[in-house]
Ligand binder design. Structure first.
Ligand SMILES: [Zn+2]
Length: 120
């Protein structure tokens, strides 16, 4: 049994590549090892697009917080042409730091209009 590391779909051993994600499949054992590697990681942000996820990763990395992006495409979402759900994970001991960075990054967006008001 081979598993797609991106979407988690299972395929026969004869299939080596996920047709949906265009990535090479891994064995169940490899997948489990990968999952274990992320056991001490926690999801701190869920993005709706790759762009949004990359922006947030840039923010986190500029704050010296190690992070990974997990793109968990769900087959049912693809019917709507949706990009799926993208999760950003950080090590558990960095979660509180990361949440501060994310909060600042999000409020920075909201502040744009307020700053205009300050100018007048
Ligand atoms: Zn896949």
């Amino acid at each position: 049994m081979n598993i797609c590391p991106e979407c988690g779909c299972e395929y026969k051993d004869s299939v080596t590549k996920c047709p949906d994600c265009d990535v090479l499949l891994v064995t169940k054992k490899q997948k489990e090892e990968k999952d274990r590697r992320y056991k001490n990681w926690e999801v701190v942000y869920t993005a709706g697009s790759n762009y949004e996820a990359e922006m947030m990763r840039t923010n986190l990395e500029s704050a010296n917080i190690e992070c990974v992006i997990l793109n968990q495409k769900d087959r049912s979402f693809q019917l709507d042409g949706d990009l799926g759900i993208i999760k950003i994970l950080v090590p558990i001991d960095k979660v509180s730091d990361a949440l501060v960075v994310i909060e600042n990054a999000e409020s920075f967006d909201d502040d744009e209009e307020i700053e205009d008001n300050f100018g007048s």
